[in-house]
Design a protein around this ligand. Sequence first.
Ligand SMILES: [Zn+2]
Ligand SMILES: [Zn+2]
Length: 491
Amino acid sequence: MTMDTIVSLCKRRGFIFQSSEIYGGAGSCWDYGPLGVELKNNIKRVWWRDTVHLRPDMVGLDASILMHPTVWKASGHVDHFSDPMVDCRACRRRFRADKLDETPWVHFCPTKTDARFDVPAGEPCRHCGARRTLCPECGKGELTPPRQFNLMFKTYTGPVEEDAALTYLRPETAQGIFVNFDNVLQSMRLKLPFGIAQIGKSFRNEITPGNFIFRTREFEQMEIEFFVNPNETIDGRPADEVWHERWIEERLAWYHRYGIRPENLRVREHEKEELAHYAKRTADIEYRFPIGWSELEGIANRTDYDLKQHARFSGKSLTYFDEERKTHVVPYVIEPSAGADRSLLAFLVDAYREEEVRGEKRVVLRLHQDIAPTKIAVLPLLKKRGEIVATAHEIRSLLARWWVTVYDDTAAIGRLYRRQDEVGTPYCVTVDVQTVGDVDKGEAGDQRVTIRDRDSMQQIRVPIAELPTVFRQLLDGGTWQQVGGRYGIGG
Ligand SMILES: [Zn+2]
Ligand SMILES: [Zn+2]
């Protein structure tokens, strides 16, 4: 499966659209459609539930995107958050100097006339043996020497565009947590170790964004800053190192729990020279995307760097009083930093299956039920029968009080099932003639409906009155075999 398969499904079925598409699109900006927003909200909701609500050692925060500009001096972003860039003197395109040899390049070979070749990334010309020195896109222009280009989006607060009003759209949510460390500590009377979690938008003026929602200039982060007492040990080892390992395990388990296959996940340790200047150790959780193994989440030990920097620049004390040792300490920070958009892409890619069912292709998203955008679809077998349609609408209204439930009668039942499979709806409810009976023939309905399971395509017949109970069991961890078994599973 390629990224194009996913991009096309996302557009066709209302998950993700290109931003400003009617104007030709805005580069690497994407809009989440009706199903995409449900899917993304579900991912954020389960992350928040598992990270904040289910843990006794965690609290939440929602800091503002615009902050005091000195925050970014203290964090190092003003001085260090930049990429080396080169420009083509002919076509004016701009490239990251350190990524030049990772893209294919255009070459006009001197050994041939009118020969324009696309040479694979990092390889020399097969004919003359030359390596790329010119612009990889136009193949003609010379490149300027590298210059540092800061990745933060600049903006101005207030009506005057002057340097005094200059600030930035935050490039990470983390700093909003660090500058609130003391507020949260004091107001919530917390004891180390504890974490502060936050979900929010961040902005980076990436020079080479791309690969759909994998790398975008505006993105949503799900970040935890977990504060640990560096003087403590656990089983004779520094507490920060033990907590770092625990978080790597926990985050890996989280992706497994919501359906990502273990063989598509791996942990990659950062090399010494790759580590950020503040980091003691960083491990990435990588996912096998259609573009290859790439970072899904980074888990860094940021040490006491950020709190110390903010203490220095603000003149405020950002310490914790260690009652046991009667000393003030600056906590160490373990930071599991996940991307909501990237997670969504990984969940989509991993759930995507093409199956053969009775000689026909079935596309199915085997999304975990907690993150599936729609939980239940109610479908009338015949849309010409008024009682069937009315009953289906009633069932939809009933179930929609607890779960995202849709009604669809725009095709024959086989088509309707396929459409729900393709967007990952775990269960369909079908209302048929038997349900409502036939008034003309004097037959009473049995007030039962069919529930169809997405993954097995098996069916059970359930009294309408029992639907809330059955779905409460099915959608709260019960298996189809357990719950469906009581009603006699059929094919
Ligand atoms: Zn060029
Ligand atoms: Zn050549």
